[in-house]
Design a protein around this ligand. Structure first.
Ligand code: GAR
Length: 198
């Protein structure tokens, strides 16, 4: 039986597209739902074009009531009965109550070589620090922000003329290689960390 995968997005959804496209043939998983917290996220139309059901849980509709937002997110997710939840450019911080409920099933991609640069503006921070290497990480989601066990990393060199934009664009290509590889292994129960890149 294929594993059921739900993917959470907030934006363009390029990682979501590569995940969906990877789940064909003998892949052990299939996409069952894409959820966005942003009603006009570009990724929603891409998911629909790929034939994946979509849902919107708009965090703004809940104002400051994070609990109510997460209760609705949980309800929509649970209705899809996923075995695996992939955060793919999902830009809301989830509370420990939520992450605990889905722990062991939830993956996230983060654009830094964790544990470096948790949070936002990772490319700027790597350049400002004078780093010569940057990368992305796929990790299990736990209550600690960007802090769960690392399942894979891809490393790239930072060039002297890199801007945050050029670095982000180059790194995104590696995100698209790393995340599908990690997901395939994770769906088979293999948590051995993967290393890609330089
Ligand atoms: C990706 O670079 C992803 O690593 C990052 O957002 C981008 C989403 O792009 N995620 C985070 O920063 C999470 N903290 P996409 O919508 O094209 O996949």
């Amino acid at each position: 039986m294929s594993k059921r995968v739900a993917i959470l997005i907030s934006g363009g959804g390029s990682n979501m597209v590569t995940l969906v496209n990877s789940m064909t043939g003998d892949h052990p998983a299939r996409p069952v739902l894409v959820i966005s917290n942003v009603p006009d996220a570009g990724g929603l139309a891409k998911a629909e074009a790929l034939g994946v059901p979509t849902a919107v849980v708009d965090h703004k509709a809940f104002g400051k009531d994070r609990e109510a937002f997460e209760a609705e997110l949980d309800r929509v997710l649970a209705a899809a009965d996923p075995d695996i939840v992939c955060l793919a450019g999902f830009m809301r911080i989830l509370t420990p109550e939520f992450t605990r409920k889905w722990e062991g099933k939830t993956l996230n991609i983060h654009p830094s070589l964790l544990p470096k640069y948790k949070g936002l503006h990772t490319h700027e921070r790597a350049i400002e620090a004078g780093d010569t290497e940057h990368g992305c990480s796929v990790h299990e989601v736990t209550a600690e922000l960007d802090g769960g066990p690392i399942l894979g990393q891809a490393m790239i060199a930072i060039r002297p003329d890199d801007t945050a934009e050029s670095l982000a664009a180059r790194l995104l290509e590696w995100e698209h290689k790393l995340y599908p590889e990690v997901l395939r292994r994770f769906a088979l129960g293999d948590k051995t960390p993967i290393r890609l890149g330089v």
